[in-house]
Ligand binder design. Structure first.
Ligand SMILES: [Zn+2]
Length: 417
């Protein structure tokens, strides 16, 4: 059909234009950190993609970018994700959702885009989703929904001591406007985020596309083990109060409990004092990242790890103090929307499974306020936040096709009402 849009060419043109932005030529990884020149170049790409489609672009008070088909209005169908990356991240985490949103609209709007859609439609690129520079993930969507205090946000600093407020000002964005934006939030009738999968569920299920059911709850906990610094040679083992020993046993206990509970635990950050090769440590501070299928399971898991650590500390003559740094409760995506996503995507070949994810997303932040859902695209490596992250072109196109079907279904659903 001559006036049918070439979905492959449409996707490839968008993807190829974005691909070189912020790429490290040595590692092949991306450094699209928020409010840096690479981020600005991504924003220019977004504006160009929108302009080429006759869509109006505006940035909101919190630095999120919106492209509108039709006038900005309430009850909009909103598609999108984020364009920023972690340091040395992959090409797909975030950008795949924004590129796929534009490409899906190209399919739906072919052959000649109506000036006024049956329901307002927007593509969004949320600012600073990864939190790689200022330490708070989903900053753009959290500010928009009021989940992140604007004063705290303005004062957040990067590794060089540059505040978010200063970084925004460098690029002409006024940080005075940060904070809950009921006007922008009120326009979102439905939010759908397509995202590359960050694990291997879809590989195991032999499916190109899946629908998210939930985001696991996630907590960060600081364990401080205190003992007694002493000489590594002259102090008999029985005389030691060695917090490193307690810490090591705690890692093993956490691993065992997570395995039995089918959960995830990671000790990925440790500080040791005095940190000398020939000194028994006086203090070991370690951060536990824990995730489980629901809030109760997470609480039980962390409680069990704390009790195991305390018991071990008694035996080692050390002390334990545990502090909860943050807990993000479980997100259950809108059941009716998730069912509609499965139904719409099921027009594509293959089964469309529903699956939970263990990673946070802007859709999870929005889910507390509006019906939100997610589509996942298979990642054959299962690796994420690394240059090894990947999605085959055929699977990306299956994702675009599924998203286009979702848009068509949501628009006609509106008309039918
Ligand atoms: Zn992401």
């Amino acid at each position: 059909v001559p006036d049918q849009v070439d979905a492959t060419a449409s996707f490839a043109a968008l993807w190829d234009a974005l691909l070189p932005v912020g790429r490290d030529p040595r590692s092949g990884g991306y450094r699209r950190l928020a409010w840096t020149p690479a981020d600005l170049a991504c924003r220019e790409w977004f504006a160009d993609a929108a302009a080429a489609r006759g869509m109006s672009v505006h940035g909101d008070r919190n630095g999120n970018l919106w492209a509108w088909w039709g006038q900005p209005a309430r009850d909009a169908l909103v598609l999108g994700s984020h364009l920023d990356s972690v340091p040395d991240g992959g090409a797909y985490d975030g950008p795949l959702g924004v590129v796929s949103a534009f490409a899906a609209l190209d399919i739906v709007r072919a052959p000649a885009p109506a000036a006024v859609p049956p329901r307002p439609v927007a593509v969004v690129a949320f600012a600073d989703e990864e939190g790689a520079r200022f330490g708070v993930a989903c900053a753009g969507s959290r500010l928009l929904t009021g989940a992140l205090d604007p004063d705290l946000a303005r004062a957040m600093t990067d590794a060089d001591g540059v505040s978010l407020a200063e970084a925004m000002q460098t690029f002409g964005h006024d940080p005075a406007g940060l904070g809950r934006d009921d006007e922008a939030l009120g326009r979102i009738g439905t939010f759908v985020e397509l995202h590359v999968e960050q694990g291997r569920h879809l590989v195991d299920l032999d499916a190109a596309v899946g629908v998210a059911s939930a985001i696991w709850p996630h907590g960060r906990f600081r364990f401080t083990f205190s003992g007694e610094a002493n000489h590594a040679g002259t102090t008999r083992l029985d005389d030691r109060r060695d917090p490193m020993l307690t810490y090591a046993e705690t890692v093993l206990a956490a691993r065992k409990r997570a395995r039995l509970a089918d959960a995830r635990v990671t000790f990925g950050r440790v500080e040791v004092e005095p940190n000398g090769t020939n000194a028994i440590p006086s203090t070991v501070r370690a951060w536990l990242d824990a995730r489980a299928a629901d809030d109760d399971a997470l609480a039980r898991l962390v409680d069990g790890i704390e009790r195991a650590a305390a018991e071990r500390a008694r035996r080692d003559g050390t002390k334990l103090a545990m502090t909860t740094e943050s807990v993000s409760p479980e997100v259950r995506f809108d059941t009716a929307l998730s069912r509609r996503l499965v139904d719409a995507a099921a027009g594509a070949p293959g089964e469309v499974p529903t699956l939970p994810t263990q990673a946070g997303h802007d859709a999870g932040v929005l889910a507390a306020h509006v019906p939100a859902g997610m589509l996942f695209v298979r990642n054959p490596t299962g690796v994420s936040h690394s240059p090894a992250e990947h999605a085959d072109l055929a699977d990306c196109l299956a994702g675009v096709d599924a998203l286009a079907r979702v848009v068509a279904a949501e628009l006609s659903r509106r008309v039918d009402r």
